[in-house]
Design a binder for this molecule. Structure first.
Ligand code: TRP
Length: 338
């Protein structure tokens, strides 16, 4: 059986260190052992939370360029925009017709995002997990790397695959596996170590953008919240110290060391010593990424080429699945050539 990774980022804003270290870097390392890799910019999902659509084009370019700048090889993996493959929304419709409302009512992310104002939440936000199931199942993805917060959605995709197979009495879909990075790889807010680093946090000091210049990086690390205790001698000493754990975790990731090795080096010192070293390491690590990102954002024809190559392959795979799906649903066969 072909193994296939599928994952995606919503183009809703800037791209930050959490997207890179917590997600994209992990996709790249997983890709080595998997046959085919598809990385989507899920622009149709972005519309579920957009106040208006004016930034969607620029945000989509930014995520596509960031995928490449963060290490995805566009000649070995496929990078594409969700809206370039109409099969996502077609498959989502078929899934809408077999997904009980009760399953969607359980989705914690909808409850969080819709808040108290459920009457005003849009239908797209509510149906979003069904479209996400379509993103995954359209390609018969076997591995879906996502953050802990998306695990429930991948499990829903498994339930939908199962329900669809039962409905058509045929095993059209295989069940995808969520791949969740280890707890340590989670990059948290620089202002509150118990919250994930996020595009939607109101404070810009809570996150590091991949396009931040070196002075901004230095200020953000200097202002990052810490506690008063010295650095412990091993990672066990970081339990219940979320901000300390986060900063050491970021340093470990960008300097390719273990958390324990860093604790041994800095044992007994204050965070200001570690912050200075971390700032230098972060600046060095992010410099080539920022440079590549800036170059690509200026090279429209290269980005267009990458997205066209990705969309071609994605549409090819989508056509195979949709033919199977339509015939399993007994839809009247399409006229030739359509
Ligand atoms: N829901 C994911 C997020 O908010 C993004 C996403 C959409 C996704 N479709 C996907 C992730 C398919 C993995 C697979 O982060």
């Amino acid at each position: 059986m072909t193994t296939r990774i599928l994952s995606g980022v919503r183009p809703t804003g800037n791209i930050h260190l959490g997207n890179y270290l917590g997600a994209i870097q992990n996709w790249v390392s997983m890709s080595h052992n998997i046959d085919e890799h598809l990385f989507c910019i899920v622009d149709q999902h972005a519309l579920t939370t957009a106040e208006d659509a004016s930034d969607l084009y620029n945000h989509t370019r930014l995520i596509a360029a960031a995928y490449v700048a963060c290490g995805i090889d566009p000649d070995k993996s496929y990078i594409f925009a969700q809206s370039h493959v109409p099969g996502h929304t077609e498959l989502a419709w078929y899934f809408n017709c077999i997904t009980p409302l009760g399953w969607l009512n359980r989705m914690t992310q909808f409850k969080d995002k819709a808040g108290k104002n459920k009457e005003h939440a849009n239908l797209g936000l509510y149906a979003y997990p069904v479209l996400m199931a379509a993103d995954i199942l359209l390609y018969k993805a076997t591995h879906v790397p996502v953050g802990e917060d998306q695990k429930q959605h991948v499990e829903l995709a498994r339930d939908i695959a199962h329900a669809f197979n039962n409905f058509v009495k045929c095993d059209v879909f295989t069940l995808p596996e969520p791949v969740i990075p280890e707890q340590n790889a989670r990059i948290m807010s620089l202002r509150d170590g118990t919250k994930k680093m996020s595009k939607s946090d109101i404070s810009d000091y809570s996150r590091i953008h991949l396009l931040d210049d070196e002075d901004t990086l230095a200020i953000k690390i200097r202002k990052a919240k810490t506690d008063m205790d010295p650095i412990p001698d091993s990672k066990e000493g970081l339990v219940d110290r979320p901000e300390a754990k986060n900063l050491i975790g970021i340093y470990a990731a960008v300097s390719n060391q273990t958390v324990d090795a860093i604790c041994t080096t800095f044992e007994g010192q204050t965070f200001s010593a570690l912050k200075a070293t971390l700032t230098d390491a972060l600046i060095e690590h992010l410099r080539p990424i920022r440079e590549k990102l800036t170059l690509l954002l200026d090279d429209k024809s290269e980005l267009d080429r990458i997205l066209a190559r990705g969309a071609d392959r994605a549409n090819e795979l989508a056509a195979i699945s949709l033919n199977e799906v339509r015939s399993s649903l007994n839809l009247y066969p399409r006229p030739k050539g359509q």
